[in-house]
Write a protein that binds this ligand. Sequence first.
Ligand SMILES: [Zn+2]
Length: 326
Amino acid sequence: MVQQLRKTKRVRDGLGEVSPLTGLVRCESCGGKMYHHRSKKGNHDYYECANYSNSRAKFASDHCSPHSCSSKSIKVILLDVIQKTTAYVREHENDFIKMVQENTSLRQGQTLKSHTRKITKNERRIAELDKLFSSLYEDKVQGVITAERFAQMSNGFEQEQQNLREENITLQSEVDVFNEDNEKVDKFISLVQKYTRIEELTPTVINEFIDSIVVYQSEWSEATEENRRMGTRSQRIDVHLKYIGDFSVPDNRTDEEIEAERIKEEKAEERRKKQREYMREKNAAKKLAKEKEKAVAVKQSANVAKTKTKKSSSAKKSSPKEKATA
Ligand SMILES: [Zn+2]
């Protein structure tokens, strides 16, 4: 019971609340962390770039734009990414492994084999060159070859060894990346197998699946007008998963489905645009009506003032004709 009460209080705690996404959300523009904020009324919570928040402070040197994004939107995207990726891994494990490996320089086991073979061959040649150098030195000591010839040949051996060593470093690092990626793929697959289905975004799910979230500057579908942002707001958010990073599930929709989706979105945007235009006209009409009203009021008060002055001056003259005009 006490636990329950404490829990409820924590949620209502506003800024004091520890958000499960803390430390995971980053700003795309400046690379800074994005922190959890709550609106004054408490009905809206969002993430904002720390460098933007700081720039509001008097002496801040770093500046960034707000990059604000609601917690709700981030969570919706996270759950969607996790659900889609885990479903894909479950249904197409082999394709998934291939896809992750495609991102590495070594695509197939075949290349891995030839890399390993080349490394061994190079090592053998390096050892051979050591021996050749020793016997060359012997020849020099015994006076079989001149010092000049010795210098020339030993330089050649050294250069060859140097090239082989450099080549092996490159080959080995590619093999390492391949092995590491394989390990990561295995780890991710075991993680997916831990869950039968992920229905909600619990702190454990976030902890296990999310590496980082990168929030981009939002964009508006229409040009800015007198510093006012117009149209539909859209914002890119990249979700980097643990082990596999920014993995995108292949789009298995047919061309017809993609086209239907596009038309649907186009129509929705058209409707939103019309709605915006309607609202703009309505607001403009309202503004105009208000201005007219104001103008009439100003004119009337001016008239009253005029009449008053006339009244006061006419009072002296006490002309009946002037009084009639009032
Ligand atoms: Zn920033």
